[in-house]
Design a protein around this ligand. Sequence first.
Ligand code: 1QQ
Length: 391
Amino acid sequence: MKRIFLALVFCLTIPAMADTVTAPIPIGIAVAQTGSVAFFGREQVNGARIAEAMINASGGVNGTNIALVFQDTAGDEATAVNVFQNLITRDKVVAIVGPTLSQQAFAADPIADRAGTPVVAPSNTATGIPGIGPFVCRVSAPMAQVAPHSVKQAMKINPNITKVAVLYAQNDAYSSSETQTFQDAVKGLGLDIATIQTFQTTDTDFTPQVTAVRDTAVDLVVISGLAVDSGNLVRQLRQFGYKGLIVGGNGLNSPNMFPVCGGMCADVLVAQAYSPATVGKDPVNRAFVAAFEQAHHKVPDQFAAQAYTAVQVVAEALARVEKKSGKKITGFELAELRQALNSALRAGSYRTPIGEISITPGGEVEQKDVYVARIAMNPDGTTGTFVLLPE
Ligand code: 1QQ
């Protein structure tokens, strides 16, 4: 009896078997495959898949393949939280690339952070993302650095701008963060903010906002919103007769938005952390664009390029972990690997389609090149291009 009791106590007190990493190395991709933010998430899936194929074709991580585990976060916080939990505990991924929105990141990233699982944000541009915790970093340049470039370009195109209308989605973290940057940039250039209009990302009718813009007779409109809301707002501004320049934020940064505002997307200026137009200069980008075009018969957008970059960064950091430890990734204890990977992500630089980047110890991306494009629409009214503007 006593022996049985002791055996029972022993069984109850031994720790659960530690998880060991096995091949292929699982990396979570937690982005929006459904819902309105899938305008961006679909391209993130496309970009990540190209990365997986190219990395494995060139030997994976020192001979061990990676395997992306895709989970649909849709565009809301609760789904992102759920997906993060599943990827961490059920799928035992070594790192998570995602989520699509900053609004989701502020809810879901703390879960990964507490679980000691590295997060590489491919498209979170709000201020404060790396500050969520030591396991959070990003390859998406913050709008605080990117957005001012588009306002400066607007001034170059029309030096007579004096009055500006600022519009933003007040229920979204990225939009509220980006508008602050825009407002500072506008004021810094000595311009007058004649009106500030707010909306919700779920709005479809922008009559009050576009009426206010018309009544204040501004010569520049600056918009920070997500997908369909931004597109509809641009369309309704034009329908109400606004003829001046429009600066759009990151939410207008995908050709998938073109069908939403149609021909009226024309002449919107957008600052970008990636331009496929740089393809001639850089062999890394050239290889990515060629593979993407072959698979999807179109050029990649910023969301595809940043997702590719995030997967590449994880794979290269894994290779660094092997080099530094002298041990194969397979065979590492999962918690130990996640910790080592998190440090390796922040060591050294990466040559990626978005240029040469590095990640600071605090998790912030350092990226040199930023672009501003002007949307040109084709006569069909649903397709178009981001035409890169000279600096
Ligand atoms: C963010 C963004 C969005 C526009 C990505 C789709 O930049 O949420 O941070």
